[in-house]
Design a protein around this ligand. Structure first.
Ligand code: ADP
Ligand code: MG
Length: 585
């Protein structure tokens, strides 16, 4: 934000009360409140991807706690603080059941909280005074409430700006993209979800308190009614949820328009308002700030920026290069020992009646490169999912460097040193290529600041030849690009065990050789143990110390590649399989 614009704007808004015009003060006050509600909603919805349609619950409860405290004779700053703390605590409790739900279920569950709260407010008469509502002590507080609201708006905006560049914000955006992947790169997501809901709730409560203070009267419909509850959300969606300036622009335009409609086209205003939102949803999904013509119109373009366009990372550490080889910033581990890094005993994974992995036991030593082969559907990917805790194995035990993985969560397993790629790439799609790599560096043991993580990400991207796409969105990469990105992201997790799932398929023979070279390098230079699922036998031949063959979930051969391809069961399984014929023939 440029101070040359912000300071005069804030001054201008501060001067409104000086006019003494109650209409204008109330009008702008309404916009300030709508901004606090809309923006705090957007931290959960736009940043984290959880559409909380019941956000107004926090507004309403805040309004009630504030009003009750004020009537009981508390000073107003104390009453607001009480409302914020109470609602923050309530959000912490609500986070537990709510975040078990996802997508539409989350949205509807949160929406259902509003009528529930309304009914409770009507019926808990001893606390809420039921339908009669609560009348606050009569005092002229409009100007006071106005300035407090303005101050909270500024804090709200600063929080939004801070979220763009902080680890907290990156945790939220990784959750928005793919929770499972966020965990497998080492992020413990639950605390972030709870914290952002509490933060959002606290601001909602502040807005509710101020609104109650200014109105000096509340009843269940004014604070929990659906027609008011969804307005602020609609305003954010209108301009652009998840954009830094989306909530502010949406609220200013639509709240002003609504006010104008109320004055000029009484009766039809709700219909016209609704129609506009429908049209935006139909023709400019994502909000009008995301429309092409907004981006290309010079005066508007700065309002349309996505979060990554604000991230200041113009200085890159050029990666260290020795000869022609990029040196990755990974610590080296000695791997001379013959001790096992991972030991699977009787691992079984069952989906209903389908046994995908059937009592697999195997041992892989530190520093080994193991090829994992088997026809499609033989359970290779499922085995990776069991090790990285994407699935909870139905039976069996996994020891990683002597530690039992049973009680550990996905992020703990990742932080212990298990890195992986996904057969069907799952990058954080709406983040940049560089951010995709930086995220694992911000969490887990490295714990880097976003600036440092973004700088260090460049070395990993150079290593996999993606440095030309640093600032591109990950979903704009080709399928091969995405696979390379996932490989680099898995390396950035600083794994001790790397699970590589068909990364080389689709590459040209020269590219496959280069990739096999990478696999060898990361083992030789950093002591990383590797399990590589690949159908291209010539690539495995180049680097694998050992090959394990699976068939229908069971290990049918384990030895050097030469031994395994002579194994009768392997031959029988692969007979007629094009991959072996091509390779061997
Ligand atoms: P591979 O990677 O060797 O091609 P997979 O591990 O993907 O094989 O699949 C092994 C078996 O497990 C297949 O029969 C597949 O349909 C089944 N499977 C894998 N994941 C699931 C799931 N989430 N639900 C049900 N069945 C699954
Ligand atoms: Mg697979």
């Amino acid at each position: 934000m440029r101070w040359s614009i912000a300071v005069p704007l804030i001054l201008l808004v501060s001067l409104i009360p000086v006019t003494g015009n109650a209409y204008w003060i109330t009008f702008v006050f309404g916009i300030l409140i709508a901004y606090i509600v809309g923006q705090s909603w957007d931290w959960v919805a736009g940043e984290m991807g959880y559409v909380n349609l019941g956000h107004y619950l926090f507004f309403g409860i805040g309004a009630y706690v504030f009003s009750i405290a004020l009537v009981a004779g508390w000073a107003s700053p104390l009453a607001i603080t009480a409302a914020i703390l109470f609602v923050g605590f309530a959000a912490m409790l609500l986070a537990v059941p709510l975040f078990r739900l996802k997508g539409d279920y989350f949205a509807f569950a949160t929406l259902a909280l509003l009528p529930l709260a309304e009914v409770l407010a009507y019926n808990l008469t001893s606390i809420t005074n039921g339908g009669d509502g609560i009348v606050l002590p009569a005092k002229q507080v409009l100007v006071q409430a106005y300035f407090v609201a303005l101050a909270i708006c500024i804090v709200c905006l600063l929080t939004t700006i801070k979220l763009t560049q902080s680890r907290f914000g990156y945790a939220l955006r990784s959750i928005r993209n793919d929770e499972q992947v966020a965990e497998t790169v080492g992020i413990n997501i639950q605390p972030y979800k709870t914290k952002v809901l509490m933060l959002s709730a606290a601001f909602g409560a502040a807005a509710g308190s101020l609104q109650a203070w200014q109105l000096s009267y509340i009843d269940p419909v004014t604070v929990f009614g659906l027609n008011v509850a969804l307005a602020a959300i609609a305003m954010v969606l209108f301009a652009g949820s998840g954009l830094r300036w989306g909530p502010l622009v949406g609220v200013v335009i639509l709240a002003s328009f609504q006010q104008w409609l109320m004055g000029n086209v009484k009766g039809y205003q709700a219909a016209i308002y609704g129609l506009i939102i429908l049209l935006i949803g139909r023709y400019m999904p994502g909000g009008f700030l995301r429309a092409g013509w907004m981006k290309t119109t010079k005066i508007f373009s700065s309002l349309t920026k996505e979060h990554y366009e604000f991230v200041n990372n113009t200085e890159f550490d050029r990666p260290m290069v020795s000869g022609t080889k990029v040196v990755l910033p990974l610590g080296s581990v000695s791997y001379s020992s013959n001790s096992p890094l991972i030991e699977l005993s009787n691992i079984r994974m069952q989906f209903g009646g389908n046994i995908a992995v059937n009592d697999v036991s195997l041992k892989i030593n530190k520093g080994e490169i193991v090829g994992l082969i088997g026809p499609n559907g033989s359970g290779k990917t499922t085995l990776f999912n069991c090790i990285s805790k994407v699935y909870e194995p139905s039976a069996g035990r996994i020891l990683f460097d002597g530690k039992d993985l049973e009680k550990l969560s996905r992020d703990q397993v990742a932080n212990l040193g298990v890195g992986r790629t996904f057969q069907i790439p799952r990058p954080f799609s709406d983040l940049t290529v560089q951010e995709n790599i930086a995220i694992p560096l911000m969490f887990g043991h490295t714990n880097y600041s976003p600036e440092r993580a973004l700088r260090e990400a460049c070395a990993f991207l150079d290593y996999v030849d993606l440095s030309d796409h640093l600032k591109a969105r990950a979903d704009s990469l080709s399928i091969q690009g995405k696979k390379a990105l996932e490989f680099a992201r898995a390396l950035a997790c600083r794994p001790r065990l790397l699970l590589v799932d068909e990364v080389a398929s689709g590459l040209t023979p020269a590219e496959v050789r280069r990739f096999a070279q990478h696999i060898r390098e990361i083992r030789d230079d950093f002591g990383i143990t590797i399990i590589w699922v690949e159908h291209i036998f010539s690539a495995l031949e180049q680097v694998a110390d050992r090959v394990i063959a699976l068939e229908q979930g069971s290990v049918i051969a384990d030895g050097t590649l030469a031994e395994v391809v002579r194994n009768e069961r392997v031959l029988a399984t692969y007979l007629g399989s094009t991959s072996v014929k091509q390779e061997r023939g």
